[in-house]
Design a protein around this ligand. Sequence first.
Ligand code: ZN
Length: 328
Amino acid sequence: MTAPTSTPGIHHVTCIAGDPQQNLDFWVETLGLRLVKRSVNQDDPGTYHFFYADSEGNPGTSMTFFPWEDMSAGKVGSGQVSRTAFRVPEGSLDYWESRFDDYGVEHHDRVERFGETVLPFRDPDGLPVELVETEIPDDDPTEPWTEFVPESNAIRGFHSVTLWVADPQPTQELLETMGLENVGTEQAQGDTPGDERTRFAAEGPVGKYVDVLPTIEGGRQGHGTVHHVAFQTPTDDDQESMRTAVRKEGLNPTAQINRHWFRSVYFREHAGVLFELATNGPGYDSDEPLAELGERLVLPGKFEGRREQIESNLTPVEIPRAESTPEQ
Ligand code: ZN
């Protein structure tokens, strides 16, 4: 008998961007996340892969991007992660609204959702992102990065992703198979289609929620869209039992692929959203010291031997640096 599957929550979310410098400036300076890894797409080493996270690169905190400059703008729609939400401390949305005004960031009115306050905004490629005020306990597993944003307001990992799907029921059943619990449905509001938002909760506390919204609006992959969402399967055994469970649902997961900082299994869920299962180790500090994460271009395995050629094909970028530490 196999053990019932479960997941602590989201592991990482990977998106498509345009200009790599613009992406770095926004996610590091404006949002205050730490660049914990600067690498290349392992299936397309001519493209960067940037990883933005908390100060330690903890599971449930990393937002990653492929800046595919030649690709055109995408359209958020059915079969995609339509919204990616991050946790911020209670009372910090005033700070964020005024920061967004200072930096010219497009943001919308706050909405109340499942008793929490949400601030929707867009990154420079039009990617829809949200900040959700959340109680952050003293022993929270995330460690804020405070180079650009003080700890009292800093992003503390993922809150949730919202899936837009044409037919919600098979997706909802899959989430339950993966160990998430249906915690309720409420009227959708804000800049979303459909009228019912159903929330599923993982163990948490980081990256705990997946919301499902029905929509028939078509989507197209490109700048400003999510490529895939990864869920934590902390160990290889956890991953294999989750893999077996989704196979029994009639889905077609890949074999395990070594992604160097974690090991991954991929599959498309029933509505077409690309899901990944990722182990929590070895972690972003397995190949460079914690204090130096993101400083250099890291080329995993076979790519190191082609460093000169790979580097010469990449657009040069500069990591934003704070002139002084912000006041706490
Ligand atoms: Zn991934």
